[in-house]
Design a protein around this ligand. Sequence first.
Ligand SMILES: [Zn+2]
Length: 257
Amino acid sequence: MFKPNLRLLWALPVLSITLGLALFPGVLPSSAETPGAAAIPTPTRMPPVYNFDRNLYSLDDSASPWVVVNKRTPLYPLRYKPKSLVKPAMPGAGNPYGLKLAKVAGTALVKMAKAMKAAGAGTLVLQSGYRSYVSQVSVHNAQVKRYGLAKGEALAARPGFSEHQTGLAADLAAVGQHCTIQICFAKTKAGKWLASNAYKYGFILRYPAGQTPITGYQFEPWHFRFVGQELSKEMKIESIGVLELFWRLPYAPTYAG
Ligand SMILES: [Zn+2]
């Protein structure tokens, strides 16, 4: 169900050829000057430079890469389980706990981990991936028992309300960078690289700093959500970092009841 936006992909070479011809006329020989050379096909109609389709995927379907889950919008059904869970084969010791993600997210995460390593930003570690409804019940209960309802729920989502249950969210860390699931991750090499580059692989930093009244979560520089490249790139272009703002959805600071 998840397919790349082909229109966007073929628009790029057409654009660069057009630009090249406009800036450097005569650089590319015409077929008349070079007998036997293949003629450059002239598109009868220029493709759009960028054509973001806001209706490409559903925002409500739990299996959609664009599903919005927050404290006002639980998963449907509440015990939803993704069909295509995989254990991402992360480079190095990147998946030490054998965690799973939805297939689209897992494939993209492996690509991102390889790029991060190649960029010298470290070995990516998957700290938390898919969490079932049942496992979220115990995480939620444990935190509430330990810290009380308000503080406990600031740390652990209610079952059925966690992005981790979609299989599209990943808590990330890096080998030897000494800051795991803490705000200081934002200052590590890996945290900085991810914040700048995750969008290229279809991920967004889901809970940015200073957005708690909208997202309902504190700054979580480790929590990345797969939304696919169409959306992550469009959010980058429009400089909108929060899903609720991008889709003009109600803010979700607290649970409804
Ligand atoms: Zn998380």
